[in-house]
Design a protein around this ligand. Structure first.
Ligand SMILES: [Ca+2]
Ligand SMILES: [Ca+2]
Length: 198
């Protein structure tokens, strides 16, 4: 093929193929970039020793997401979970932007010790489920009746003073009454401290 033939083939090709295709071929590579933003984070959180033991996990929590340097990414006050311990956060409507990676998640309820879940992967997809209750070791410890993330005699006194009432704050096992079962659950956790002091 002589030079004239080569030029005429190139001209013909440029007429037949869209410019972008030719351009991509001439550069020898095509790069496609796409970013998936996370819009939903769902969480499963369970408090310990509920009565009945299943389908009775509802509570309200402070939820804080940290990055690997423990810089706060976002927090939700009063996140309500249903009886299965499940709750969903609409990140987009809250204008929370996240990046795929490894996080630590801190959870605290008014009557449970705070718990930090470290090295949790998330936000690789549009929706991420964080199951923080895969086994009972992950359940939150009850008894922080005076909410200072530590269970001591002051907390025990508070419950003793509310015995046989139905105040939800001190009804740790959520069987509808504050009684010796709640007190014994609390005493089992005496002198335990939550993971972080916020
Ligand atoms: Ca306390
Ligand atoms: Ca109770």
């Amino acid at each position: 093929m002589n030079l004239t033939q080569k030029i005429s083939i190139l001209i013909l090709a440029s007429l037949l193929l869209p410019f972008s295709t030719l351009n991509a071929q001439s550069q020898g590579e095509i790069s496609i970039s796409a970013s998936v933003s996370s819009c939903t984070a769902s969480l499963i959180i369970k408090p310990e020793k509920r009565m009945p033991r299943e389908g009775n996990f509802a509570d309200k929590y402070l939820v804080v997401f940290y990055d690997q340097l423990y810089q706060e990414i976002f927090r939700i006050d009063n996140l309500e979970t249903n009886n299965n311990g499940y709750s969903s956060i609409d990140l987009c409507s809250r204008e929370i932007s996240t990046t795929p990676g490894i996080y630590s998640i801190y959870i605290k309820s008014a009557s449970h010790l705070g718990k930090l879940f470290s090295n949790v992967q998330g936000f690789f997809n549009y929706s991420t489920e964080f199951n923080l209750a895969r086994n009972e070791n992950e359940y939150l410890l009850a008894g922080d009746a005076i909410n200072h993330n530590y269970i001591n005699g002051l907390d025990v006194n508070k419950v003793i003073n509310r015995l046989y009432t139905n105040e939800p704050r001190y009804d740790f096992n959520k069987d509808g009454i504050v009684n010796s079962l709640d007190l014994s659950n609390q005493i089992y956790n005496l002198h335990k401290r939550g993971d972080l002091n916020l």
